[in-house]
Design a protein. Structure first.
Length: 468
RNA sequence: GUGACCGUAGCUCAGCCGGCAGAGCGCCAGAUUGUGGCUCUGGAGGUCGCGGGUUCAAGCCCCGUCGGUCACCCCA
């Protein structure tokens, strides 16, 4: 029989136990933090109707949707409808629509918006939720970019108050500190401020996107690079001067905000953005977030999607990995499902990049690679019952215990424990049984001692203290 | 979507001008019949991604194809 190549679908990964032990630890830390702030869990289906997803992520996003093929009679009629089209009418989009009416979710924000609109009567506003689930994108895989990956979103719907915006940044900071990162800085900006800056610098509307994209490159190409690139675009010298002058402002957020007032303060949107930013920085100070962890940064742009207000991006200053997460305020997305706008603010955690960063910063080194804490050895058929009894006692005490599968020499049993990373082995043979003892071996330290059978559980517990 | 590079043992890779398929790690066994890791000794393991072409001869050259990596775009 021909062997089937055991390869993953492109851009997907298997998570072996040693990977998952680590991932679950991070997931648990995130959940605990979110719930400590009063955010509640939410899950939505993997599959959505394409009408929910299409048009929300731009043309690129529509192209990257994983579409589910229609089945049976629906597929047949879809094919017939396609046959009826002329060759010129058979665009990729038209074919996709004819043959598919469902797709895998592309992110967590749009399904969240659908849920808010669908369950208005069951949701108390302001509503805080968190969501950690995989999403799918038919992208070309790259380092740190997969076609199936987990997203982790934290959002609050129903409040315009900047206290919520500040809370989002505080949660970001708290999670990254708890994970052990140092040098974590959240860069904060405002979409309204950017729009006002464009307007007051006389940037033509068709140049907004290109100008913002250039500004976004500040940390890559520097202020001079931005100036050069802006000059090449069809912007007036005065516009380039004012933009780079604004971007070059340094100092505390408060002083930068005051320096910007003369530039954009005459624009109502700009004035409001500056007020909101001042509030966010003020609340963050009240919440006890250290000022050196925060930066007002005009070069934060965050894609060009649905953000309408504050935007944030959290980075590791001592790494080239880039952003570990980000978010912002988006007040118009839910309106697409609800018919009226509801204010929203949210952040996401770039989980896959966080795991890369944990590796890079070597913050996950000596972690255990198995959930099992103790192996009970099996000596012979006659001692089997004693081994089972010991394991039952250990499990009753909450110790994650496995019994070796069959009586065998001690060597393979210890090799097994060592390879798996099980920290403790309990050896129970005729000698121990005769003396009513257990040989308790700590494989991490290479130490072994004989303990009385009655004190075994306590001895194991004391060797395991400090572990979770 | 655009461009560059790479596919050789389970993994990471070497293989010169075309001339017998290699190393390290891992794996298995023994040294060690009640003790993992360290050390030593030995062993197993290959359709050189796949298909075609050139040649007396192809891992190496040519064409195609599939897969992977990286950069750009976009994004998490």
């Amino acid at each position: 029989m021909a062997r089937i190549a055991p390869v993953n679908a492109r851009g997907t990964r298997d998570f072996l136990p040693r990977d998952l032990v680590r991932r679950n630890r991070v997931f648990a830390l995130l959940r605990a933090t979110f719930e400590r702030y009063g955010f509640e869990p939410l899950e939505t289906p993997s599959i959505e109707n394409t009408s929910v997803l299409e048009g929300k992520y731009g043309e690129e996003g529509d192209r990257l949707l994983f579409r589910i093929l229609k089945r049976g009679r629906e597929l047949e009629s879809g094919v017939r409808a396609l046959d009826a089209l002329s060759l010129g009418e058979r665009s990729t989009a038209a074919m996709s629509r004819a043959l598919s009416d469902e797709a895998l979710r592309y992110d967590l924000t749009v399904p969240f918006a659908r849920v808010i609109a669908a369950h208005q009567n069951d949701i108390v506003l302001p509503f805080r939720r968190y969501q950690m689930q995989p999403v799918w994108r038919a992208d070309k895989p790259q380092r740190g970019r997969y076609r199936e990956f987990y997203q982790c979103d934290v959002d609050c719907v129903g409040s315009r108050s900047m206290t919520v915006d500040a809370e989002m940044v505080a949660i970001h900071q708290e999670v990254f500190a708890a994970l052990g990162f140092s040098g974590v800085v959240t860069r904060i900006n405002h979409r309204g401020l950017l729009a006002a800056l464009m307007a007051t610098c006389d940037v033509p509307e068709e140049q907004y996107v290109a100008t913002l994209t250039t500004m976004d490159k500040l940390d890559k190409i520097g202020l001079d690079g931005v100036r050069t690139e802006l000059s090449k675009a069809s912007l007036s010298d005065a516009a380039v001067d004012r933009l780079t002058q604004a971007m070059g402002l340094t100092g505390t957020p408060e002083t930068i905000i005051e320096s910007l007032r003369p530039i954009v303060g005459s624009n109502p949107m700009g004035a409001q953005a500056l007020d909101e930013l001042a509030q966010v920085f003020g609340y963050l100070a009240d919440m006890g977030v250290p000022a050196e962890r925060l930066r007002f940064d005009l070069s934060v742009v965050r894609g060009l999607g649905y953000y309408t207000g504050t935007i944030y991006e959290t980075v590791l200053t001592n790494s080239t990995l880039g952003s570990l997460g980000g978010g912002g305020r988006y007040d118009q997305l839910i309106g697409m499902f609800l018919g009226r706008d509801l204010p929203c603010v949210g952040i996401s955690f770039g989980l896959e990049r966080i795991f890369d960063a944990l590796d890079e910063q070597e913050l996950a080194r000596d972690e255990v690679t198995t959930t099992t804490q103790a192996l009970v050895t099996l000596f012979a058929a006659e001692t089997l019952a004693s081994s089972f009894a010991l394991a039952t006692e250990l499990r009753a005490a909450g110790i994650r215990t496995e019994v070796y599968t069959e009586p065998k020499d001690l060597r393979p049993q210890l090799t097994f424990a060592s390879k798996k990373g099980i920290p403790l082995a309990l050896i129970l043979g005729p000698d121990e049984l005769a003396n009513d003892t257990v040989a308790l071996r700590d494989l991490r330290a290479g130490a072994q001692r004989i303990v009385p059978r009655s004190e075994t559980v306590a001895a194991v517990q004391s060797l395991l203290t400090g572990e979770s």
